[in-house]
Design a protein around this ligand. Sequence first.
Ligand code: GDP
Ligand code: MG
Ligand code: K
Length: 296
Amino acid sequence: MSQDSHKAGFVNIVGKPNVGKSTLMNVLIGERLSIISSKAQTTRHRIMGIINEPDYQIVFSDTPGMLKPKYELHKSMMGFVHISLEDADVIVFVTDLYETDAEIEDVIKKINDSGVPVLLVINKIDLNKGDKLDEVIAYWTQRLKAEVVIPISATEKFNTEKIMVEILERLPVHPPFYDKDELTDRPERFFASEIIREKIFLNYKKEIPYSTEVAIEDFYEEEKIIRIRAIIYVERMSQKGILIGEGGKMLKKVGIQSREEMEKFFGKKVFLETFVKVEDDWRKDKNKLRKFGYDQ
Ligand code: GDP
Ligand code: MG
Ligand code: K
């Protein structure tokens, strides 16, 4: 393969929370790279996955949900969305049969003004076999300047390959951006913290997950076992109590579920220790956000 026909570029998957962006990215990449949860906004980082083939490299980012900023954290997330639109060679805008453009009109405008080619992906078509789809296509094509409309079902892997074909058609001729042996530009620690965060989302009412951050203090990989030490930061003493639960029951449950998931993910035994610490109002504090890696 000659270097001058190699294609490479950045593809950004954007859309409201819960439309199925993470599910789709995982189908496209064929590896479990980001965390999926039925609760909104579990993907707060800009997670990247890379598809490497001899003649092309696609760098995907799964951007966080596009909500209006409420806290500093949300503003920082909007920053990621902003960055991703400007970087992109292709924008994959994901919606489903039921979402509208309410609350994201300004983001839609940004996309329309960006000059970046847009693929409009309408997900979850498995949920309605009637003529709802025509209605939805008419709705979105009036609002979003898309070059092509692709109805899919990410969970049933229906028509997802069509997205790859349309992306490749628009990918510029360029040498690879990342070493071809790399699968992701995020270290393993990141996946460990995402797994714990997912289990926190699944086990507590939403005030707790939104007030929580997970930091992996130690990650030692030995021949037969990975030893991981995680700190779960909360904003207030009362939240620490809820997180730990009566007699430590809740934290123990989160720990066991996380360890099991990590063992599947890393394919190795895991020894996991979790600690809870109170860090006042980290959400509102820019410096602390930076420390947790939100502000790049
Ligand atoms: P994200 O917030 O946009 O990243 O959405 P997720 O990928 O986390 O998916 C949100 C929810 O929608 C999860 O419960 C998924 O299982 C579900 N979901 C995703 N794709 C489909 C689909 O094609 N059909 C159906 N029925 N559900 C889906
Ligand atoms: Mg997601
Ligand atoms: K989600």
